[in-house]
Design a protein around this ligand. Structure first.
Ligand code: HEC
Ligand code: HEC
Length: 147
C-alpha cells in the first residue's frame, strides 16, 4: 500500500502540473458550457455552375450544389442517382472516381466500395463561412491559379 502511495502521489502531481501548462493554446469555444447555446443559423450553401477549386491534390472535391433532401441510407443513395457511372452523363455530373471501387484491402469491386458509400463523410458543400482562425494557407504550386 505504501509503495502504491509513493507511486501515485508524484504521478498525480505531474498530471496537475501538465494540466496547468496548456502551452498557451486557447479554445475556440466562447460559449459558457453550463448554458444551452441557441442553434447557429443555417449557413447558405455556395452553389456554383463550375466545379470548386481544390486546395491540395488528395482533397475530396467540395460539392458545388445544395444537397438538402438527398438521402443516403441502406436502401437508397441519392448521390449515385446522378454520380454513378451509369447515370452521370445523363445529368452532366462528374462520375465517381475509379478509386471509389477499391475496398480497404485494395481489392477492386464491381460497385462502389462500402467504405465510399456514405459520400458526405468526405464530400461537403461549401458555405460562405469565415475561417475560425485567420491563416496563411496556400495551395501547392501545381494547384495555384486554377481556372
Ligand atoms: C440531380 C443530380 C445530382 C445529385 C442527386 C447529386 N449531384 Fe453532385 N453534381 C451534380 C452535377 C450536375 C455536378 C456538376 C457541377 C454542377 O453542375 O453543379 C455535381 C458536382 C458534384 C461534385 C463536384 C465534383 C468535382 O469534380 O469537383 C461533388 C463532389 C458532388 N457533386 C457530390 C455529390 C454528393 C455527395 C451528392 C449526394 C449528397 C450529390 N453530389 C448529389 C449532380 C448531382
Ligand atoms: C473516404 C472518403 C470518400 C468517400 C466516402 C467518397 N469520396 Fe468521392 N472522392 C474522395 C477523394 C479523396 C476524391 C479525390 C481523389 C480521387 O479521385 O479519388 C474523390 C473524388 C470524387 C469525385 C470526382 C471524381 C473526378 O474524376 O474528379 C466525385 C464526383 C466523387 N468523389 C463523388 C463521390 C460520391 C457520389 C460518393 C458516395 C457514393 C463519394 N464520392 C464517396 C473521397 C471520398
Amino acid at each position: 500500500m505504501k509503495k502504491l502511495i509513493t507511486f501515485l502521489v508524484p504521478l498525480l502531481f505531474t498530471c496537475l502540473v501538465s494540466a496547468s501548462e496548456t502551452g498557451g493554446l486557447n479554445s475556440l469555444r466562447t460559449d459558457d458550457l453550463s448554458i444551452q447555446a441557441p442553434a447557429e443559423a443555417m449557413k447558405k450553401v455556395h452553389e456554383s455552375d463550375s466545379l470548386l477549386k481544390r486546395d491540395f491534390i488528395q482533397q475530396p472535391p467540395m460539392i458545388p450544389h445544395d444537397i438538402r433532401g438527398y438521402d443516403i441510407n441502406k436502401n437508397v443513395n441519392s448521390c449515385l442517382r446522378c454520380h454513378s457511372w451509369k447515370n452521370a452523363s445523363k445529368w452532366g455530373a462528374t462520375r465517381i472516381s475509379v478509386t471509389h471501387f477499391y475496398d480497404r484491402d485494395g481489392k477492386q469491386l464491381a460497385d462502389v466500395a462500402p467504405g465510399r458509400y456514405f459520400c458526405v463523410q468526405c464530400h461537403v458543400p461549401q458555405a460562405d463561412a469565415k475561417p475560425l482562425l485567420e491563416n496563411m494557407f496556400e495551395p501547392v504550386d501545381s494547384l495555384k491559379k486554377q481556372q
